[in-house]
Design a protein around this ligand. Sequence first.
Ligand code: ADP
Length: 182
Amino acid sequence: MIIILFGAPGVGKGTQAAILANKLSIAHLSTGDAFRAAIKNQTEVGKLAKGYVDAGDLVPDEVVARIVDEAMNDASFANGAILDGFPRTQAQADALAGMLSARGLSVHRVVNIDVDDATIIERLLARGRADDTREIIENRLSVYRQETAPLLDYYTAQDNLVTIDGVGEVEQVNQRILSAIS
Ligand code: ADP
């Protein structure tokens, strides 16, 4: 079962993905976490990604594809996965479709977590990660609107998309997601 958690930065994809992966006993693939780990360990991918991540820009699709393909080769992936922060462009969505079909897998559901911008900015400023300054957050939101939000139409056309309200208690939001994917 492949589930995509979709939504703007700060809607709670990472928090919800970790809980779901645990409840459903499947892998959790966060491209954001994967890049932060690669940057910390100064791997080749980390060096390629660093400038983009620091600025809140998208890492080039080829670099993203490398890290995702690597993660999908892990044995745990065959049982399914929660994808968090991927795909973020149409090219990535196309690459994902190819990588999944090569493995005999397909997307079960795309869950769009909806949170208003004011709440997003408040949450991210409170989180205080290195890329959570007001200026970089605003850039990430604008990149989301331009590059990523158009995928909502693409997944709607595939009849795969369900939108849930991401405002509320973490467990309450998690229940909404669980009913959306059941
Ligand atoms: P957020 O969703 O809060 O922006 P993430 O942890 O998902 O945070 O991602 C952090 C950064 O990692 C992004 O701003 C971007 O630079 C990079 N990144 C993560 N996933 C992708 C992706 N699929 N394509 C391109 N860049 C990505």
